[in-house]
Design a protein around this ligand. Sequence first.
Ligand code: ARG
Ligand code: GLU
Length: 709
Amino acid sequence: MKKVILTLTTILCLSAIVRADEGMWIPALLQRNEAEMQAMGMKITADDIYSINHSSMKDAVVLFGGGCTGEIVSEQGLLLTNHHCGFDWIQKHSTVEHDYLTDGFWAMTMEEELSCPGLTAVMLKNMVDVTEKILFNITDETTDEERARLVKENINKLVTAEQDRSEYMVSVESFYQGNQYFLMYNEVFDDVRMVGAPPSNIGKFGGDTDNWVWPRHTGDFSIFRIYKDNKPYKPDYHFTISLKGVEKGDFTFVFGYPARTNEYLPSVAVNQEANVVYPVVVDLRTQILDIYNKYQEKDAKVRIQYASKHAGLGNGWKKWMGVIEGIRNFKGIEKKQAFEESFYEWCQKERRRMIYSRVLREFDAVYAEYEKYRMATTYLTEAGLSIELIDFASNFTKLADMTKDTPQEEIDELINNLRQATAVFFKDYYQPIDEEVAVTMLTAYRAAQPEDFRPEILNEIDKNFKGNVKSYVDYLFGKSILTSEEKVVAMLDNFKPSKAKKLAKDPAVVAFNSMMDFYIEKVLPKSKEYNNRINNMRRVYMEGQMKMIPEVYPERNLYPDANFTLRVTYGKVGGFKPKDAVTYRHFTTLDGIMQKENPDIYDYVVTDRLRELYEAKEFGRYADKDGSMHVAFIAGNHTTGGNSGSPILNAEGKLLGLNFDRTWEGTMSDLVYDPSICKNISVDIRYVLFLIDKYAGCTRLIDEMTIDE
Ligand code: ARG
Ligand code: GLU
């Protein structure tokens, strides 16, 4: 017996050593990964990373602003995150006189640190497996509806009871598609102040052009500080910073808040994402971005007006192109299909596994039926509502519904909000772009969606405009008052309920309502139904996979999809081969910034100060031992959106840099992971410190950090 166990452990260990990189691990269960992490080079313990009995690294990692990660690097609550995570706050504090986006911001004293009302940092205090408490009254006979009701009820009961007892924010999170539940205790900090940010041509260097791309040279960091009771927060733990840099093959881990992944989907779903939905979204966005580009190149004002819109559309657009290619080149669908075959085989071995094979077979039919609704939603959001005028009109539907019985305060409040929305809208609105987008998008929308299953307004183009989209768009923009700030303001100034009817007839309001009516009546109910069904099926399929994988693929460690909870992921530093004949080195340097420099292209402007420091080689102790200034590096950590700003740590748990992106070739890692191509991109902490110290001269921040030379 002993011998058998021994061999089994040896096999498990061996396979564990071979397997690497993939996985986003629950910190409370990290003991299970410890051996593998140490075999890969880690010199600390799982307990050093996550413990509820003593201070550990988890006490220095926060969910920043609800969508990114930040890490504490001093005894006084100093917090690092990405520039693109702090971007909104840098922008909010910017004025014409103090343009912190362009020039950067450095609080030279604590008094100068700027408060950011609404910004939070959330820290995990404890997490407890409560699966049994949530699922105790659920049996094999429980129907899906009943199950949903019971789970909700059990969660509410538990959260209410715990919340009474706890000083922290309590919630229950679902893992493995509703097969496991954790009770989470979080401390919420709501006084987070802005401390520093480099100018955008450092913090966003390369802009959208370089976004998702390696080699990368973005100094993507910004600095904040957590305050508690109006004093700098004293954390239980803060990260020590390593100035030693990285070598190829070094062990690293990333500790942060990944948002969403879908690693356990059936092949039919991956196929729908990668080969049906994404190609449409990419195609529509390509057309819109082409129009943006054309006008942005012509006019500096338009460039600024559409910069953020461009970045928003462009980020997903580029990522999904990478997903489509990655799934194809790395045979994501075929790999899933092969897995499904063996899953099916495994199901055949026992009668009670039939429930899993049945679900697996049903996926094909359900996804096929769902596709129609999925595409209707996609066209609505990506084509219909990308027409800014129509999207803007959504703000006015409520006003158009007002009657003489509506209380005056309600109208006043609404009008007040609309005034603000109007100012915000017109500040960044350029009508020629929108008109061209409208013609292009409505044409695509009409071509793709059948007459009997699309918003009525699209059919009216046939009835009233002889099918000529351009004529309709001319009418829409010509007749709507919502294209003119002056007219909108005048309308708001003089609004009376008796005028609501007229507003309701505004062509932009009509267009928006037509799209929404169609969506709410014909798409949403069915979409919800399919989504519920699919979620239930995915839960059952996940349960099957959780039983099958350890038996059939013991080398494959199971981990739950990302769900915005704290995770640890680990992998080694190293470059990769993105395509035939091309090899990427694992790091970039300041030399690359100088090579990319182009004063005429916004994304590649280099400030004089940075050039001077470069030419004088004034890198101080932040230079690599090769003498150069390292800027960014890649490693095999399994990350996703939300991991932005996450600390990337070395074998001793010391801070090496900040995660901020993935390489474009490997973005399919949200659906299918391939270690040969899926790499995370981090900014080197030495570049960050060099900028704070030598570039900005904000040495007081360096002084409060703990630095390991
Ligand atoms: N690709 C990164 C992420 O998904 C960075 C996005 C912000 N940067 C940009 N150039 N748009 O969040
Ligand atoms: N930039 C992403 C973020 O904001 C991280 C990149 C990724 O998706 O891995 O979280």
